[in-house]
Design a protein around this ligand. Sequence first.
Ligand code: ATP
Length: 236
Amino acid sequence: MSNLLEVKSLHSLYGESHVLHGVSFSLDPGQALSLMGRNGMGKTTTLKSILGLVTPRSGTVSFKGENITDLATWQRIKRDIAYVPEGRGMFHNLTVDEHLQVAARANNQGENVWDYDRVLDTFPRLKERLSNLGTQLSGGEQQMLAIGRALVTNPELLILDEATEGLAPLIRKEIWDVIRTIKDSGISTIIVDKNIQVLQGLCDRHVVLVKGKVVMNLDAEQLQSNFAEVEGYLGV
Ligand SMILES: Nc1ncnc2c1ncn2[C@@H]1O[C@H](COP(=O)(O)OP(=O)(O)OP(=O)(O)O)[C@@H](O)[C@H]1O
């Protein structure tokens, strides 16, 4: 197969405010791609444009060779794309158990590698909190639940927006370890995060956004040799 995901010349706006200016990149099956950039550069808008939560004015999004640009978000999700949004998106009236039970399904290939039990084995903390409401969990536990809820759909592509933001170092490490396990299980990922060191060790491609434009698109080796320049774009 060629690309799993191809984003071509996306222009996205909020009202009159033109935020994405021709964003293009692609992702091969099984790869992890980092999307980096300072605050407000258009990372979340790019993710939302891929998911159909923002409607681009022009440009295309293709998944497994199919042009999905005009599909509704739920139709994209049904094609085995899962999203872990910034802020985690807990359902206020659902327990931990219900968050996972409601979402769990085999994917379009009939695969159910990440079933309810495996997700709970991966996140033992959630096992102890099954009857708590999602909103009663700590920030780290909520993040684990948000990732778990995405995983039980057995996605081919998992999109993570700021999955470690605001978390204590130990919890961050736990989340990164799980993201690595997810990658090793063959799921493709797009990761927005600020931790360039961790992203460097994890991702196969790195896309840097500045004011809604892709200024760098590097493989792992190229990131190594252009590290200082990337850091400069990120202001670190
Ligand atoms: N719903 C919205 N309505 C209007 N403007 C928005 C909206 N969401 C984002 N923006 C603006 O679009 C620009 C890009 O925002 P976006 O959230 O995509 O950036 P980001 O790179 O993900 O940044 P952050 O790291 O702060 O989340 C910013 O100037 C932001 O203020």
